[in-house]
Design a protein around this ligand. Structure first.
Ligand code: FAD
Length: 397
């Protein structure tokens, strides 16, 4: 390391962590050594995972390595962070199965915590025995299981579940329900199934497009139960918090989300990483520890756009503290997004609804085009690929 360079360690090589790493390399490469500590030696994008169910997306377009980012000088350590000691400025790492961590302790001058979320079903009775009966779109292995189940089952009941907010990616449960309907309809077996979406929130998420989702559900015959939580999972049933019992043959439940445990153990927050404000993402206790991405306790939805904007705010604060005298990045909490809402005719051509949320105004301003279109699905693909190309590396089409 060049003398005088500050060591910035970033936990998590996802959207927010890589956003911070590149931002620092763009504006302060002379002043910092950036090391990203991340679990796997590859990244798999989240947004298009529901399209794996309908065969409209393939894994090869979703996965990227870190080699090209390393080429520009970002350092990488592959392993799982198990502890942070903010008083001693040390991060402890457990080796990853395929790339043994070359070090198991990294020291920092500044730390950015961006590991995303953990899905935690432990508060649900019966979850520990029956977790394997559940499959959803949130993890690569599980989306594969869900896909197999919906492409082979002949009859039954599907339960899709959204826990209480905040959870990662508001529309994903509705996207899951509509993708499942599309596949069943495509196979000509949809009449043999009940599809039930149970939502712990008072409407399907996100609220600005709840009316469009409800209309789509009515057209597809999907039942919607709101403001109720799943409190128990049995071998072929779930129990809701008002005692109602619903039978399932396919369960696609998103577990409640929280920050990884090492954050609470380091005193950086309980369920989420506490920050000073959405613009100042430092821990209230430590000037040199910042959060970015879904792990941060922010009054906004947990999605990629918000995660990336928070990364720019975190980078701006670091640039300010480093005193490098550069213009800050322009950042704001506002985004345009797309929710996949399946295909009512059972064609494997998903239509999406476009919506926007702007949190820079009070109250926040919502907008949408209420008509789902295939073009928006393509637009979402371009948006997702542009993130992957920018933060990891472009793929020849
Ligand atoms: C199914 C699905 C659909 C989604 N749809 C959309 C959408 O339509 N629109 C949208 O804007 N967003 C969507 N998202 C959300 C979006 O992917 C996330 O909001 C975004 O990736 C958050 O960025 P992050 O950097 O905080 O977390 P991530 O991108 O998840 O990155 C976290 C990284 O940290 C690593 N990590 C975790 N724990 C540790 C540890 N202990 N030690 C070391 N490394 C660790 C992880 O392996 C990962 O590489 C979706 C997500 C999913 C899963």
């Amino acid at each position: 390391m060049m003398p005088g360079k500050k060591r910035v360690v970033v936990i998590g090589g996802g959207i927010a962590g890589m956003g911070v790493a590149h931002a620092l390399m763009d504006k302060a490469a002379e002043a910092v050594e950036v090391t990203v500590v991340t679990k796997d030696p590859f990244y798999m994008t989240g947004p298009s995972r529901p399209l794996l169910l309908t065969n409209e997306q393939s894994y090869d377009r979703m996965i990227r390595g870190y080699e090209e980012a390393a080429r520009r000088g970002i350092k990488f350590v592959f392993g799982t962070v198990r502890a942070v000691d903010p008083a001693e400025r040390i991060v402890e790492i457990v080796e990853s199965p395929t790339r043994p961590a070359t070090v198991n302790r990294v020291e920092y001058d500044y730390l950015v915590v961006a590991p995303g979320v953990v899905l935690d079903g432990n508060g649900i009775e019966g979850y520990r025995e029956n977790w394997w009966r559940n499959a959803n779109v949130y993890e690569p292995g599980r989306v594969d299981v869900l896909k197999q189940r919906i492409w082979t089952a002949e009859q039954g009941a599907v339960i899709v579940y959204a826990p209480r907010q905040p959870y990662r990616c508001a529309p994903a449960p509705a996207e899951t329900a509509m993708a499942i309907y599309t596949v069943l309809k495509h196979r000509g077996v949809e009449k043999n199934f009940r599809i039930i979406h149970v939502d712990a929130n008072d409407k399907p998420q996100p609220p600005p497009i709840a009316d469009v989702i409800k209309q789509r559900y009515e057209q597809a015959g999907i039942e919607l139960i709101t403001s109720r939580e799943i409190t128990e999972v049995g071998p072929d049933y779930v129990v809701l918090n008002d005692g109602e019992r619903l039978e399932y043959t396919i369960l696609a439940m998103l577990e409640p989300n929280r920050a990884p445990r090492f954050i609470e153990e380091a005193g950086l927050g309980e369920k989420w990483f506490e920050v000073r404000s959405p613009q100042d993402l430092r821990s209230p206790k430590y000037d040199d520890v910042l959060a970015a991405g879904d792990v941060a306790k922010l009054p906004f939805p947990k999605n990629q756009e918000i995660a990336y904007e928070s990364a720019l705010f975190a980078a701006n604060k670091l640039l300010e503290m480093l005193g490098v005298g550069v213009e800050p990045f322009s950042a704001q909490y506002a985004f345009l997004g797309w929710a996949y809402l399946g295909n009512l005719e059972g064609k494997l051509e998903t239509e999406s609804v476009q919506f926007g949320l702007n949190f820079t105004t009070k109250p926040p301003k919502a907008s949408k085009d209420p008509v789902p279109k295939k073009d928006y699905t393509l637009q979402k693909d371009r948006w997702e690929q542009s993130y992957l190309n920018r933060l990891y590396h472009p793929k020849p089409m």
